[in-house]
Structures are given as structure tokens and as C-alpha cells.
Design a protein around this ligand. Sequence first.
Ligand code: CDP
Length: 784
Amino acid sequence: MLQKTSPEIGGMGHSVKRKEDLRFVQGRGTYVDDVHLPGMVYGQMIRSPYAHARITGIHTEAAKKHPGVLAVITGQDLEKAGLAWMPTLFHDKQMVLATGKVLFQSQEVAFVVAEDRYTAADAAELIEVEYEDLPVLVDPHRALDGDAPILRDDREEKTNHIFHWEVGDRQATNQELESAPVRAKVNAVFQRCHPAPLETCGCVADFNSATGRLTVWATSQAPHAHRTLFALVAGIPENNIRIIAPDIGGGFGNKVPIYPGYVCAVVASLQLGRPVKWIETRSENLQSTGFARDYHMTAELAAERDGTLRALRVKTLADHGAFNAAAQPSKFPAGLFSVCTGSYDFPSAFCEVDGVYTNKAPGGIAYRCSFRVTEAAYLIERVMDVLAAELQMDPVELRLKNFIPSDKFPYQSPLGWTYDSGDYRAAMNLALDKIGYSELRKEQEEKRKRGELMGIGVSSFTEIVGAGPAHTFDIVGIKMFDSCEIRVHPTGKAIARMGTKAQGQGHETTFAQIVAQELGIPVTDITVEEGDTDTAPYGLGTYASRSTPTAGAATAMASRKIREKARKIAGHLLEVSEEDLEWEPGKFFVKGAPGKAKTIQEIAFAAYTNVPLGLEAGLEAVHYYDPPNLTFPFGTYICVVDIDKGTGEIKVRRFVAVDDCGNIINPMIVEGQIHGGLTEGLAIAFMQEIAYDESGNVQGGTFMDYLVPTAVETPNWETDKTCTPSPHHPLGAKGVGESPNVGSPAAFVNAVVDALSHLGVRHIDMPITPWKIWQILKEKGVAE
Ligand code: CDP
């Protein structure tokens, strides 16, 4: 049981206002583009207009002669330095600057450096690249055809196939599917989308030839991993590399990989001995940096006539673009997609995924998602609705019938995961009550009689977050622990540093709250610092909602180490044995004599002025936390939509989100996370797609085509929570950041399909635009 803290201390459960917002609301954050160093110059990328073409010549003379231009770097130059290719985060390599041929539109071909940004852009126009067209492969379903062009002629294997991965019991699942009285099937595409953070990617690379030190200010969600990779790839000693990730304007997985722009800026700085800034434009960000999803999935369910589930079979084709640059743990080619059995108790399941190359930007990254969990949650929640329609059963009833019972936790899933805790029925019931489900169904019935289109969509998702336990989880070999170091100063104030790096999640507040909870030091007296590899302990960074499950746990454990030392000092000050002391947040007191106490501030002072003989001075600790398991947050989302038969326009009338992330550190921040993630889910469901035409031209490469919802399009989110603590996390907390993005797409789509189900509609692929709906209505003869 966690002890309660006062609002002044502000530990777990207090809606402490975000400390970081003081600087953000005053426009005083420091983002990479705010870094200005003496002598700094600017880099500009030259990109391919073609999706697949041989490079027959690059003419850089005119650009080099342009006044103000300092350098032009091509793939051939990088080849000489052994840097033309770099490893991706997932068992592949990727061109830094193209040599030989280009493999996707907007691929990096050359890098020009000039005294200012405008000169660099002008000079970029002077670089002439000669291309010879090659046949383009856009459709992943064609990738393995005999006549498909082989894209990666650099690889020994002359195929576009990247990997086959499978898990579960194929035979048992096939048998169930053959013998079951009822089957349901859906073919669903989770379209290629992009995190589109407000701040694009960029860096300032500063090589100091006098000291041999390279400092890189970078939009990095994982600064330590980037430092190690720079050391391994560029051969610079790791102690001579400092990565600083300053304030970050949203990452959502987009800022996990190392992009060619970073490498080129570093190379240019090494070459010129001057700091080099490279900042992407919006289009560059959308067109060339890590995309997400692009999963082409089939799910089949086997069930009894009463709806009892017997088996799930999943087959998926994963489009990874030109290079397999998935940012995910190295043992999981399809990320954590095998959580696709979701919240349901399946006797058997089987899942297989094949990855292929196409002429598209490389990826895929975990966009606010634990490595393909969003695709998994979407698929199972979609096919459950298809089965409900098949059985003519209420989708809520089907779910309630098949939920993993709360007394079955820890639950062993047929695809290999051990779910830590859950009470799915409680979350569902709360959501049903809150939205008034039975009244809505009655309203829908009446509206249908009048020919009006209204739909109710339910999604009761289960997540898997907190990568991850060292025995299974690593990225490029580095185990996925995370860390915290805390120093308590003599006056009782403290600084805590973690291996994670927030991009808007509010760690400066919530991690301070964890220290406040454990040590009773007021949250206002604790500074949290992340993102500087020279000062923070090594960690794997922030993505996949892992910060609370890993670094949050490390923060609690480091605090507890400090508390144990504080107990010794308190015993010394109070002249009693340690065993005679009791703790309440902020002080130790003598058992039975609450008046005889020493506050944490008094103890901190004594740690530097009056330590007992034989005890080290100071009050600090570091902890590297290896989580024993992942955490499994969950929730039920219910969406109500009305559809205009004249225009196909969809209005989200209501959306209730009940989330369960165990014990909550800061309810206000969690609510903010839910609001943000739901808004992203709305955008994915209705607006966003990075599409390509058959020549490989990007169709969603600007904000004119790739729509970002504003307050006008965003409905009112109604949030609530249940609380099922994680049994293995020191604070009982689970991650939450990605849950709304993971759980909501299915709720939106289920609502729209439900509105049209009486017309025989069983599935519509995202993004569900008014045009798509209007076409369906026209086909069904109900468009007005
Ligand atoms: O890794 P990331 O920070 O993106 O995700 P997270 O661990 O789910 O945390 C997102 C934000 O919600 C952080 O500020 C957390 O401290 C906060 N949070 C919370 O207050 N209570 C929880 N049980 C989980 C997260």
C-alpha cells in the first residue's frame, strides 16, 4: 500500500501542475532549432524525386562554387569514410546518402553545407543528379511475385522478403477453425501513417578539434543509445561523444531512429571543424522519416454458436519500405504484435507475419505504440465485431462472454505473454454506464426505422508496455533496463536524472512526484533532468510507454535506497536503533513517540555535516531497473457516431474512454495523455494516410494532404478510470501514454461500421473519409 502524501509534498495521485509548462507557456523552451553556436553553419539535404532509379551522375561543381557554400557531401564521399551505409535499429542497413541507386522518393542523395540556411537551400538547387528510371514496387502484395523488381541488390538474398515470423500453435488453431460451428474473418489494412510531431527532426553537431569532443544536440528519444551507435559506427570514442536532447516538441516514436541528416551533420562538422545545424522541413519529415503501421492483416475467429471463442488465426503482410528500419526490440520482427489475442481467453491461437521491401520510406517505427500493439489491438477489436454481426449478438455481450476472468491473472496467453493483472469487466461496465449504452441502442433502433444512420463502437483493448525485461528485450544488443540517479543536497532539495527523455509527457513533474512519494521531499524541491548523456545514467529512452514501468520504477528504487541510508542517519541523530524508527512521508519518528522525529531535510543536512562513524557522507543513489515483466494496461472505449446521408460526413457525437493504468502518479497528466492519444486515434481513423501512387510518389507528404485535427474536428473526450495495480511494479503503476492511440481506432471504425451494419457493411479500411462513406451509401442506394 502506498502511503498518502500531503498536497504540499505532492506524491502519487496528486494532480500537480506541470512544472515544465512554466517555460513552455512563456515560449522559453529550448528546442534544437533554438541552439545557436558561434560559427554555426547549416546543412540542407538533396533528395530523390524518384522512387526507384539508378544514379548515373551527380554534378556538384556549380553548388560548390556558389558564394557561401562550404561543402557538398555525396554518397561517394561517405563511402571513402566507410559511412555510406549505416546499420538500422533492426538487423538491416540503410543508405546514409544514396550510392548506385535510390529506393524511395525523398531519399537522401547529397548534403550541402553553407554559411546560412538560405544559401544552403539555393545551392541545393544547383546540384544536378542524373537518374535512370527503374521499375517501381509499391504494392506489398506484389513484392514476392516472380516478376517484381528486386529492390535491394546490395543484399545476398535476391528477394524482397525480409522475414517470416510465427508464434502459437498452428495445427491446433487450424483444427479449431475447421471444426468450429461459427467463423468470422476480416481483411483489414492498418494504413501507413506518420507521427507528425509538431517539431520535426534535427540536430546541431559540434566537433571540437582541439578537444576531440563531439557534442550533438539532437531531437532524440533515446540519447544514450544514439551515443553508443555513433561511437560504434563512426569510431569516435564514446567518452568523446555527448548527446544532448533538449526540449522535444513531440516524438511519438518518430525520434527513436538515427536519420541520415544526423550523420551528415556530424560528418560535415568533423570536416569543417564548425558546428553544423540540420533541421528538416515538414515535408521532409513526413516523406522520409520513420513511418508507422502499414500492416495488411487477416484475422479469423472460430467460435461456438453461443459466442464462446475457440481460436484466433492471424496472417499479416508487413510493408517495411526500402530498409527494415523498425525501431523495436531485436528479438521481435513484428514487435509485440503477438498480443493480438487482446482481452480474450482463447484456448488456441496462431499468428504469422511476413515482412517485405517496397519503394517507400523505411520504417516502421512504434508510433505511440509498443511496437505493433496498435495494429494488434485494432485487428482483434475489429474481428470481434465481425463475429458479433455473424452471430447477430450485441458486441458488448460477446466481449463480456469472452473476457479473461479477473481471477485468472496472472494470465498466460496462448501466444506467450504473461498478463500481469486486469479486470476487463469493471472497465467495460463503467464505460457502459457512463455512456448509457442500452438507451443508445434503443435510440439507434428508432433512428434506423426513420432511416437515420447512427453507430456505436466498442473497443476493449489490452496493452503490453514497459519494454522490457532483460532476458528477452534488447535494442541492438543493449538490454532494455532503465535508470535513475538521485542526489539530495544538504538543504534537502534534490536532483533526479533518468535514462529516459520526455517529449511532452511531463516527466519533470511526474518523476519528481515519485521521489516526493518515496522521500517526502516536496515536489517543488526536486529537479528532474533527462537527455544529457554526460550527466544522466545510461538508459534506453522514452517510447512505447516504457518510462513509468522502467525509469519510474528505477526512481522509486533509487529513492528507497536513499531512504534506507536516511534511516541510519535518523537513528544516529535520534540516538535510537534503526529498528525503532517508523517512516511517514517526510520524516522518521520513534515508534510510539511521534514527537521524536527527524525530517528528511534535517537528515539530508546531517548527511553532509554529521554522519555516524563508518557511514559514507552524502545522500545519493542510482538504480538500474530490470523489470520482471511488462505491464498490461487496458480499457474500454465507446464511441457514438452520426452519419450524414447527403455528404457521408461522420460526426463523433460522444466518446467515453475508461482507462486502467494501475496506480496513477498524476491524474491530470494521465488525462492529458488520454486526450492527446484519442485525438491522434481520431486522425488515424478518419483523416490520415501516407499513400503512394503507382510511380511511388508520396500522396500524403504535406499537411495539405496529411491532415492534423484541430480543436474544430476534435470531439469532447469523456474520460474515467478503474485501477488494477501492477503486482510487480514497485508503485503498482502501468504505462499509459500510448493506450488511447492503441485502443481508439477500433472504437471509431466499429462505430461507423455499426452505423452501416444493417446495410450489410462489415468492414471499412481507415482512413474512413466522407468520400468513402458516400460511395458506400451510393452503392447501397441510401445516399441522399
Ligand atoms: O514512456 P512515456 O512517458 O511516453 O509513457 P508513460 O510511462 O505511460 O507516461 C506518460 C506520462 O503519464 C508520464 O508523465 C507518466 O509519469 C504519467 N503516468 C502517470 O501519471 N501514472 C501512470 N500510471 C502512468 C503514467
